[in-house]
Design a binder for this molecule. Structure first.
Ligand SMILES: NC(=O)c1ccc[n+]([C@@H]2O[C@H](COP(=O)([O-])OP(=O)(O)OC[C@H]3O[C@@H](n4cnc5c(N)ncnc54)[C@H](O)[C@@H]3O)[C@@H](O)[C@H]2O)c1
Length: 417
């Protein structure tokens, strides 16, 4: 198999990491066992652009057990676990990914994956799909695709709206068993993990600013509060801002927060949320991190131009010295801090996200002929079945409605007694 990874000598380490993840991903393991029997993806070439983590390794193994051939590129230049990349090559996947790619290498690897003329695409952020559509790739043979993250779904919806999307995509991100768990609990925990591994600063007592109170921001804010930080939220959506206020957080503009904050994390899916003006207003020692998909949420170019000096003071921490001597610390070059400085989300939440990926791929393999070039939600039955299975694997039983209750909740005749 053609591939490009850092070092095949790391494969044993990757095998251990994946075995650990497998033990914490029981839903996906059940799907894999069924896939091995039924082979629903037999003969399908999958082109994937995902963070190459141990959990993605478990997904790739499930797809291959289902009969697919998998070519995999990284969805971020800094997120690849090189051990996992090597172990997957040993398993028979074509992996083009290593940690620390340049922008050019990142896109070269996506091009390599697309050379395989896929029938199915699996994307995280929509770089693979947009490259395929814009560089004259072989869209003709593609039957369908899936998208893992909020930013990717936003981009693909814009493509569909503009009439540019050429095949059906399932928005895995928007499944309830993904968006309400992975983005909230996964991002909440792993983002703090990334900040702590990178800096080892004490969170208790710090002014911790979260930009964006959507799924990721909500999870992050509550976990930062749990560590004793004073959490400040910034928003542009009045409804989300109000929720943050009533959840007990301080809400202010980024202009105000810039002056008050000590640690700043962006989680918006937007660009230049922290720009030159805000950086200029910050206290010396401010720590900046991003957990939104792209490295555009913090204007790192502005930071570069404002600085008179820059050193890498620790792994994943760049110290910028401003003209007046203030120091500003940027984590993970402004890229996803949870994947670059830690290991991404815990396996237990990725279990549900990647169960959605595997079952959506199966759904596309079976039903592509009747789907249009639009962005679809994950079918409700798939989403529900994953929630049910996850509870079962956690050995948690829930009640079911009696026939009388079923009738009552659907009826209108009974009122006050
Ligand atoms: N770090 C990870 O592993 C990870 C995991 C999942 C999603 N993501 C990414 O995180 C980002 C957020 O995802 P989400 O699911 O929370 O989206 P979401 O749509 O639920 O929330 C985003 C929030 O940001 C707010 N916002 C937009 N512009 C803003 C601005 N200028 N200032 C303040 N707030 C602003 C929006 O009003 C919204 O409430 C996306 O880029 C997504 O792809 C990252």
């Amino acid at each position: 198999m053609d591939h490009r990874v850092k070092d095949m000598g790391l494969a044993d380490g990757g095998e251990n990491l994946m075995r650990w993840a497998e033990d914490h991903m029981p839903v996906l393991m059940k799907i894999r066992a069924r896939f091995a029997k039924e082979r629903p993806l037999k003969g399908f070439q999958v082109a994937a652009c995902l963070h190459v983590t141990k959990e993605t390794g478990v997904l790739v193994r499930a797809l291959m057990a289902g009969g697919a051939k998998v070519a995999l590129a990284a969805s971020n230049p800094l997120s690849t676990q090189d051990e996992v990349a090597a172990a997957l090559v040993r398993d028979g996947a074509s992996v083009y990914a290593w940690r620390g790619q340049t922008k050019e290498e990142y896109y070269e690897c996506i091009a390599k994956v697309l050379e395989r003329k896929p029938q199915l695409t699996m994307d995280d952020g929509a770089d693979l799909v947009t490259e395929l559509h814009s560089k004259g790739g072989s869209v003709a043979g593609v039957l369908g695709g899936t998208e893992e993250t909020t930013t990717g779904v936003v981009r693909l919806r814009a493509m569909a709206e503009a009439g540019a999307l050429r095949y059906p995509i399932i928005a895995v991100n928007n499944a309830e068993t993904k968006w309400d768990f992975d983005n909230v609990y996964g991002t909440g925990q792993s983002t703090l993990d990334g900040i702590m591994r990178a800096t080892n600063v004490l969170l208790a007592g710090k002014r911790f600013v979260v930009a964006g109170y959507g799924h990721c921001g909500r999870g992050l804010a509550s976990r930062a509060r749990g560590m004793g930080a004073h959490v400040v939220v910034t928003e542009v959506d009045p409804m989300k801002a109000l929720k943050a206020v009533m959840d007990g957080f301080e809400v202010m503009t980024m202009g105000e927060a810039a002056v008050a904050g000590e640690i700043f994390v962006t989680a918006t899916g937007n660009k230049s949320v922290i720009g030159k003006r805000e950086i200029a207003a910050m206290k010396g020692g401010a720590i900046l991190a991003n957990t939104g998909h792209f490295n555009v949420e913090i204007d790192t170019r502005a930071l570069e131009t404002m600085a008179v000096g820059r050193i890498r003071i620790r792994d994943n921490v760049d110290e910028y010295t401003l003209k007046d001597g203030r120091k500003i610390y940027l984590l993970a070059e402004g890229r996803l801090v949870n994947l670059a400085a830690a290991e991404g989300h815990p396996s237990e939440v990725m279990d549900m996200s990647f169960a959605n990926q595997a079952l959506s791929a199966e759904h596309l393999a079976k039903n592509h002929a009747r789907l249009e070039a639009k962005v679809y939600d994950v079918p409700r039955e798939i989403d529900q079945s994953i929630a049910k299975l996850k509870l079962e694997t956690m050995r948690i039983a829930i009640d079911s409605m009696t026939p009388e209750q079923e009738k009552y909740v659907k009826g209108w005749a009974e009122g006050t007694e």
